[in-house]
Design a protein around this ligand. Structure first.
Ligand SMILES: [Zn+2]
Ligand SMILES: [Zn+2]
Length: 285
């Protein structure tokens, strides 16, 4: 008999609670439990190295094995690969911060696993297995989307405390186009880029040059991160496509998107990158 586990999407539990509920081990991103006939999958959003990626409503989940080539017919990779024929239930979690496991929902494998090349912990290239999975609920439940949004805001606040140089080192390497599916498609916006651009703007809107209209609850000037070429039009989340705008100008760009304004913002973004390269690259050892 399948042991039905009761947990609702959006619930955040500790590692200990997770182990007790699923009766699985405390370690790893793929945890098999024979006692509850379950396989728990975890995407660690906390570490910057996670490779799991959403494409539309399919999660491309990277298999198990931190070093060297991953093997398809061993351990949990085998279990996941043999689903649904082994009658196991796959429970999917996102780990947002230390000891915060947010339950997303039950997954099923929708296409055969395929292999891909990724670098391992030590930076050596190796073979990994990718499992295309879909949520039974089809889309990420709103309760999970809320938690993720909160986590991203929190992460940005934390990053805001870092120096501009540290942020630059991370943000200048980011150029991402992936997005995840919530209720609608939601593009991934890097908090590193957003925090750095706002710091560089120094409390002033990049379009009207006025001071931010108010301070937010953290006491920071309220500006919004805007992608000059919209993500929804194929723009990238990278430094040369990003500016900080006051809410008025931000609305203006989304309502009017005037050509002169676009060109001005592009100039500002490019000029800013030059300055950052001069200011921070010398320390980029
Ligand atoms: Zn403005
Ligand atoms: Zn915008």
């Amino acid at each position: 008999m399948r042991n039905k586990i009761s947990i609702s999407p959006g619930s955040v539990i500790s590692n200990q609670e997770l182990c007790e509920k699923f009766r699985c081990g405390p370690q790893g991103g793929m945890r098999r439990s024979n006692k509850t006939n379950s396989l728990v999958l975890i995407t660690d959003l906390e570490g910057s190295n996670y490779k799991d990626e959403w494409q539309d409503d399919i999660l491309l989940y990277t298999g198990m094995g931190q070093l060297g080539d991953q093997e398809l017919n061993k351990y949990q990779n085998k279990t996941l690969n043999n689903s649904p024929y082994n009658n196991i239930t796959i429970y999917y979690f996102e780990k947002h911060e230390p000891n915060h496991y947010c339950y997303v929902g039950i997954m099923k494998k929708v296409k055969p696993a395929y292999f891909s090349i990724q670098s391992d912990k030590n930076g050596s290239l190796r073979k990994v297995w990718i499992f295309p999975l879909k949520l039974l609920s089809k889309t990420i439940p709103p309760s999970v989307a809320e938690k993720t949004a909160l986590y991203e805001i929190k992460k940005e606040y934390n990053l805001y405390k870092k120096s501009k140089i540290d942020l630059y080192k991370k943000a200048s390497k980011i150029n991402q186009r992936s997005y995840r599916r919530h209720i609608t498609n939601q593009y991934i916006r890097s908090p590193e880029i957003s925090a750095l651009i706002k710091k560089e703007a120094d409390g002033r809107c990049d379009l009207c040059n006025n001071e931010a209209p108010f301070l937010d609850i953290e006491g920071l000037p309220f500006l919004e991160c805007h992608h000059i070429e919209w993500l929804s039009n194929g723009g990238s989340d990278c430094l040369d496509n990003t500016v900080a705008l006051c809410p008025n100008c931000h609305r203006k760009m989304h309502v009017i998107n005037n050509k002169d304004d676009i060109n001005n913002l592009k100039q500002i973004a490019i000029q800013r990158i030059k300055e950052m390269e001069e200011n921070y690259r010398s320390d980029n050892s």
